[in-house]
Design a protein around this ligand. Sequence first.
Ligand code: ZN
Length: 387
Amino acid sequence: MKYVVCVPDGAADEPVGELGGQTPLEAAAMPTVAALAARGEVGRAATIPAGFPPGSDVGNLSILGYDPARYHTGRAPIEAAAMGLHLQPDQVAYRCNLVTVSPDGTMADFAGGHPSTEAAAEVVAALDAELGGDGLEFHSGVQYRHILVAPAARADADCTPPHDLTGKPAVLPRGPSAGFLTQLMDASRAVLARFPDLAATQIWLWGQGRQPTIPSFRDTYGLDARLVSAVDLVRGLGALARIPVVTVEGATGWYDTNYEGKRDACLQALADGADLFLIHVEASDEAGHAGDVAAKVEALENWDRRILGPLVDGLDGLGPWRLLLLPDHPTSLRTRTHTSDPVPYLLVDSAEDGPGGAYNEAAVAGRPSLPGHELMGRLTGRTPTSA
Ligand SMILES: [Zn+2]
């Protein structure tokens, strides 16, 4: 049996006026999804447990079959894992954005003007030289996204994600480690001032957590899995669950990503002996954040035409298969941000027909919502050993 998990990031949504009151999932032409839904099982899944921030880290951890309530320690350690960092038990990782704060204290840009990765690496090296030491290490990542490793004693603080502050007063951390964090963010201004070509004015620390102890996917589900994603958070989850991450040329995390390449990587890995493959595509989430209705619909139609149609044909050639499709969380075109609402899921077995239905938000609105992390067990027919 081969298993495929399809994750159109942020695909679920609310009815949209421009789409005549339909959601993107209703409005998009998705004939393959419709055919699969008609012979499969549709339902509702809570990928974001109550009390958790509706992020891709939490949602994709659920989809991989791990209960966030048990395994999620924060967003930064997952990104740190994607960068190849392994935290010691006495360390905490903070996400360290390069941000632009206006002189009046407004968060003007949580992405610091999107510096190039190369330019940002120079800044992070300077931060490490001047503010590092004494257990503090700055590690450079991609563009504005970096990591600070600090002693675990500095972990206790309530920090606001900078993308939630855009155009608003920059809210400083609260709690026992607030003074330490505020001092460090203040001290970073003098370092950033030496890079006048960059729009970023300082660092912003948030999303902290200790190293999560996630048992390997193989130990948990007894299956050999692979995944493809252009997004650090998903790649980091792969690293933590010891799921090898397949690299696909042209996988950009943007609208123009290589849909066919991801599909073919999936079929190739399964043909080569992998049991399960997860395909993650970020485009629908980016369109949601941009408030771009047409781009979100097109991203879903790309899933159907460029991945799912040929994928199903390819899977039929490999033998019996089961497929699970669901987003990690909704991303609202109206508010341009994530929500915690349950998402519709679709589960299909190549040999056994389900009750059938339609795959969209309204069609499953009355259903009870299953904990998202239980779907992996339903897909694979296996009881996880520890998740
Ligand atoms: Zn997401």
